[in-house]
Design a protein around this ligand. Structure first.
Ligand code: C2E
Ligand code: CA
Ligand code: CA
Ligand code: CA
Length: 279
């Protein structure tokens, strides 16, 4: 019993206990928030080289009781660790597809693609393709307007299963964008093996593209690579005109960032951009 005592003492470390309590409380709150429909979509616009609106990215926010707005950085990690990312991801996809269906009657919104972030946990589930099919059928969203954004972490396990699921969804017309490109441990062979339709240059590269003598050429090389592979290329985090001009010069096709539009609640997005005053 004495030998075990040390382990017991470590288990009851008050700091660790407090952190575990906070984690458990947040998990309970997340679960309750999901049941109470507190997770809402914000949309950030995306523009082409000519400056026309061509799409949007759906970004989830947690609107807690009392109105506090919590960003995904605060809860996506725990949602993944606790398995809640499954139902949360379904909710986001469902809300995104309902929006795509709603937009079809509008001359501006009806042309937009909507990018929805998908976590590796979601794509690793064998049921994922069927779940997406069900949501498409229930909402009536046009699949060729839906783009799923995934990160390199998706490719770490079960590549064969993931590739099969991606091909099944590609066959419906759904696109796949590789998010945060350049930040992971990415092997360029991913670009050949996985059926992607777009690359998204991480905002850390976009940030000093116009000032850092290394960032510029890296971005130019990424754009050239994407063009060779016939992938769309989206720059995120565009905050300054100088960044946009550099990216235009380099051949980038799509632009997203505070310079062009902030993420706003989806109803506001619809109000801002629809031709008919939807929303
Ligand atoms: P991300 O996919 O890289 O999304 C872009 C993030 O950059 C968003 O942060 C957006 O608000 C922010 N951003 C947009 N333009 C600019 C800019 O010009 N400058 C700067 N500095 N930032 C900009 P947000 O909304 O806080 O989302 C953070 C991350 O949370 C996302 O990064 C994404 O990885 C994750 N996320 C968001 N929604 C979802 C979701 O529905 N499901 C999953 N699995 N992850 C999500
Ligand atoms: Ca994203
Ligand atoms: Ca990103
Ligand atoms: Ca990023």
């Amino acid at each position: 019993a004495k030998a075990d005592g040390r382990h017991t003492a470590r288990f009851f470390d008050p700091g660790m206990q407090a952190a575990a309590d906070r984690q458990a409380a947040l998990e309970t709150a997340l679960r309750g928030g999901l049941a109470a429909h507190q997770f809402v979509l914000y949309c950030q616009p995306q523009f082409n080289r000519q400056g026309s609106l061509v799409g949007a990215e759906a970004l989830v926010r947690w609107r807690r009781e009392g109105g506090e707005l919590v960003g995904p950085a605060e809860f996506i990690g725990l949602a993944e660790a606790s398995g809640l990312i499954g139902p949360l991801g379904q909710h986001v996809l469902d809300a995104g597809c309902r929006a795509l269906a709603r937009w079809q009657g509008d001359p501006v919104l009806g042309r937009l693609k909507l990018a929805v972030n998908v976590s590796a946990h979601q794509l690793r589930s064998a049921a994922f393709a069927r779940q997406v099919d069900e949501i498409l059928a229930q909402t009536g969203a046009p699949p060729q307007k839906l783009c799923l954004e995934l990160t390199e972490s998706v490719f770490a396990e079960d590549a064969a299963g993931i590739i099969a699921r991606m091909h099944a969804l590609r066959a419906r017309g759904i696109g796949f964008s590789l998010d945060d490109f350049g930040t992971g441990f990415s092997s360029l062979s991913y670009l050949k093996r996985f059926p992607l339709t777009a690359l998204k240059i991480d905002r850390s590269f976009v940030h000093d593209v116009h000032i850092d003598p290394d960032a510029g050429p890296i971005v130019e090389a990424i754009i050239a690579l994407a063009r060779t592979l016939k992938l769309d290329i989206v720059a995120e985090g565009v905050e300054h005109e100088a960044q946009r001009s550099f990216l235009i010069e380099g051949g980038c096709s799509t632009f997203q960032g505070y310079l062009l539009g902030m993420p706003v609640p989806i109803e506001e997005f619809e109000h801002l951009y629809s031709a008919h005053g939807l929303g």
